[in-house]
Design a protein around this ligand. Structure first.
Ligand code: HEC
Ligand code: HEC
Ligand code: HEC
Ligand code: HEC
Ligand code: HEC
Length: 265
């Protein structure tokens, strides 16, 4: 009975793993083609954050992932390779907030002179994004790095505050506090903060950061309240231990005295 249960769980886990890595006709045909132009996107995509999250070829390029004949047919929504200026719409059908901010920015408004999503994130090997993406190699291709660095600096302080708060919340969690609400608040604030990047305008970012700091301040107050409770608990714990140690010492002494008295020495 128990073995059957374990086998069932094993099969369930195995099949969801298989399902997640489901091979589509796009992947098999492109990999088997032996053509570098067709294989390379697959190999890069396999290590990307999209593959990890189940976003596959057809989710971006359209088409029918189940049938070789109609795979790249426009009837199944196949759009092929987007033009440089169409890339923001192409990626933006899922990343709606980012697209909005990007299109409002100097970068989006000046397409095709501005960088598009692929310039900064690549087409197939996107990874978790962060301020580490802002580098002289990437950002001084079209203008000086100085302005890019200003953006990075404006964002870095807030990013540090957020990750510091996140560590304090984790510490509360390891000490048995319910931190779900705190994590939700921090997550929402972090999201509205990360939306700022694509606007690439220092004054705007600095102005918005004020509001974000106010939100972070509220979260920090909540964290502090719980830290105070935690510290009080620790203090009481310490007092109890000291009390027990002193009691043990006094009892030990008393015991010795009583023993001395009893033996008459
Ligand atoms: C039976 C083989 C086969 C299947 C299945 C297949 N492809 Fe292709 N694909 C090719 C070949 C060959 C080319 C290059 C010639 C061409 O553009 O038709 C290509 C080209 C492409 C291109 C580049 C087009 C361009 O304009 O350069 C994209 C993007 C693409 N495929 C995506 C997909 C997606 C997405 C799927 C699944 C929905 C898919 N393919 C399924 C064989 C295939
Ligand atoms: C996150 C969206 C996304 C996914 C997922 C994706 N592609 Fe692409 N693909 C693009 C974009 C954007 C371009 C255009 C690249 C450019 O502008 O330089 C592209 C270009 C291509 C090209 C043209 C050659 C090249 O390297 O530019 C081929 C072929 C291709 N993709 C096939 C695939 C296949 C096969 C898969 C699945 C393994 C896939 N793509 C998954 C976004 C995606
Ligand atoms: C079909 C929906 C879809 C499309 C189209 C799509 N993405 Fe994504 N993307 C996702 C999902 C889902 C994730 C993983 C969850 C998350 O982090 O948001 C993700 C994650 C990312 C990340 C990492 C985000 C992070 O949290 O650090 C980047 C960067 C990214 N995508 C860029 C792109 C680019 C560039 C394109 C176009 C070439 C694109 N995406 C097209 C759905 C999509
Ligand atoms: C000039 C370079 C650049 C361009 C162009 C760009 N990004 Fe980003 N992107 C970044 C940087 C830098 C971050 C990290 C921001 C952070 O962590 O605060 C980022 C973060 C992200 C994230 C994760 C943060 C979030 O808000 O979910 C996604 C998704 C993303 N970009 C998608 C896109 C898409 C889609 C486009 C095109 C419409 C695009 N990016 C254009 C540089 C760029
Ligand atoms: C493909 C070319 C290109 C790349 C790559 C590029 N930029 Fe830009 N950037 C532009 C253009 C074009 C403008 C608008 C004209 C100008 O101000 O020079 C601009 C303007 C800016 C501005 C001023 C915006 C404003 O509203 O005042 C900042 C800040 C900026 N970019 C930051 C970055 C950062 C950060 C990166 C790297 C993550 C980057 N850029 C990469 C082309 C590029």
């Amino acid at each position: 009975m128990r073995n059957a249960k374990i086998l069932f769980i094993f099969i369930a886990i195995f099949s969801t793993k298989l399902f997640a890595k489901k091979e589509t006709v796009c992947i098999t045909c492109h990999l088997e083609s032996g053509d570098e132009y067709l294989m390379k996107p697959v190999q890069e995509w396999q290590k990307s954050i999209h593959a990890e999250n189940g976003i596959s070829c057809h989710n971006c390029h359209g088409g029918n992932p189940k049938d070789e004949e109609t795979a790249m047919s426009p009837e199944f929504g196949f759009v092929g390779v987007p033009e440089y200026e169409k890339v923001p719409e192409f990626c933006g059908k899922c990343h709606v907030g980012v697209k909005e901010n990007y299109l409002k920015s100097a970068h989006g408004e000046l397409l095709p002179d501005g960088p598009n999503c692929v310039t900064c994130h690549t087409a197939h090997s996107q990874q978790k994004a962060g301020l580490h993406l802002i580098t002289p190699e990437l950002c001084s291709q079209c203008h000086d790095y100085e302005r890019a660095e200003k953006i990075k600096f404006a964002l870095m302080n807030t990013e540090n505050t957020i990750s510091h708060l996140s560590k304090r919340i984790e510490n509360l969690w390891t000490n048995g506090f319910d931190v779900e609400e705190l994590n939700k608040m921090l997550f929402a604030t972090r999201n509205s903060f990360r939306r700022l990047t694509h606007i690439v305008e220092v004054d705007y970012i600095l102005a918005q950061t004020g509001g974000i700091y106010a939100d972070l301040g509220k979260i920090e107050d909540e964290v502090k309240k719980r830290e105070n409770i935690l510290n009080r608990r620790k203090l009481i714990g310490a007092i109890i231990i000291v009390f027990l140690l002193i009691s043990a010492y006094i009892f030990g002494k008393l015991h010795e005295e009583l023993k001395k008295e009893a033996t008459g020495k």
